[in-house]
Write a new protein. Structure first.
Length: 375
């Protein structure tokens, strides 16, 4: 049996059998579960038909099917009562991928992109949710070839890819990066890794130390897909509003009196405003920064951990309508966005794109993920 990162396989719950995706099964059909967010717009807990292709039938995502810590209690400082799989619709439109906003409105706008409506998870993927995926991997799950495409676009073909054609979805030769071996080490840094071999008090923290392939495979298994850079940037910028930060123009501040930063978790100011990096205690439970939601309600779009996107890093290609840069460049880095718990305020900017040493098979303690889903 191939075991992820040397971890002991987790047992299935009684009666669950292979519902978590072992063998040829890639999904679990459960009743729809619908909620409303505070603004009155529709949101659903879950997505995914279980096909692993990003198709949506409203069923509960795999990572939340069993419940538990880091699954059902997302919200302020890990004491919330909301499903960690809550997913909110992002209304499509056009924005500029390149711009500067110093709080007085956007300037230097260039590289327009049109993005169709999609749903983006409200919370970063938690340790508790990722633990379910690890169990599935340890019991033999591998993403089906071609899965993970944006099947609601271009009659099922997915995003327009650079250089022509459409996104290919999961490639079977990439299986090696999500099964046993050094590239699946979820404890890449002894001081800052949020993963623990056994469930404990980290379940509400964002999972980090995941490589790009693990992030992609998780979203497929969970019934969604990894967002493109344009999608993630669009949601972070507030679409055509081109915000300075996901929440608007207010400076993030460093209000961390032991109860959490107000807009974003960054600069090692969590939990007490000291600005001193000491370890995993500088990382907050997802959703702690309650004053920092983006235009469509997603939290932690800036701070906590950088987020993997689908795209390779390269000069923007124009025009862009539901596009993604899927042509291998040199250097071969994937784009991540959003800043993290130990970087400064400059990295929280909605227009900032990061790629430094983002080799897709290299995990890091400062990067995690969030999934997108069909609208």
């Amino acid at each position: 049996m191939r075991v992820l990162g040397g971890l002991v396989p987790l047992p299935f719950a009684a009666g669950w059998g292979c519902a978590m995706g072992c063998g040829s099964r890639t999904g679990l059909d459960l009743p729809n579960d619908t909620v409303r967010n505070g603004g009155g717009s529709s949101s659903r807990i879950g997505s995914g038909s279980g096909s692993g292709s990003g198709d949506d039938s409203g069923s509960l995502p795999m990572s939340c099917a069993l419940g538990g810590h880091g699954v059902t209690n997302c919200g302020p400082r890990g004491s919330g009562t909301e499903s960690c799989c809550t997913s909110l619709e992002v209304t499509g439109g056009t924005y500029f991928r390149t711009y500067v906003n110093d709080g007085n409105g956007p300037t230097g706008e260039a590289d327009p992109a049109t993005v169709s409506s999609f749903r983006l998870d409200k919370y970063l993927v938690t340790v508790g949710r990722f633990r379910q995926f690890v169990s599935a991997l340890n019991h033999g799950y591998l993403p089906p070839s071609g899965s993970g495409r944006h099947t609601h676009l271009n009659r099922g073909s997915g995003l327009d890819a650079t250089g022509g054609s459409y996104e290919p979805g999961w490639v079977a030769t990439d299986d090696i990066y999500i099964i046993g071996g050094a590239n699946t080490n979820l404890t890449c840094d002894a001081n800052y890794a949020t993963w623990t071999n056994e469930a404990g008090n980290h379940e509400e923290l964002p999972i980090n130390c995941v490589n790009w392939y693990q992030a992609y495979a998780f979203c497929i298994w969970d019934g969604g897909f990894l967002p493109s850079e344009a999608e993630l940037g669009y949601a972070t910028a507030g679409g055509s509003r081109q915000f300075a930060y996901p929440w608007g123009s207010t400076a993030p501040g460093t209000v961390c009196p032991g109860t959490g930063c107000q807009y974003a978790i960054y600069n090692c100011d969590y939990p007490n405003g000291s600005g001193t990096c000491v370890g995993v205690s500088n990382i907050a439970p997802v959703g702690t920064a309650t004053l920092g939601p983006g235009l469509w309600g997603q939290l932690d779009l800036a701070g906590e951990v950088f987020e993997w996107s689908l795209d390779w890093y390269a000069t923007y290609v124009n025009p862009c309508t539901d596009c993604a840069n899927l042509t291998l460049p040199s250097p071969s880095d994937r784009v991540s966005r959003g800043g993290n718990f130990n970087y400064g305020a400059a990295y929280l900017s909605s227009s900032y794109r990061y790629y430094g040493f983002r080799y897709p098979n290299a995990p890091d303690y400062d990067i995690g993920l969030r999934c997108a889903r069909t609208p």
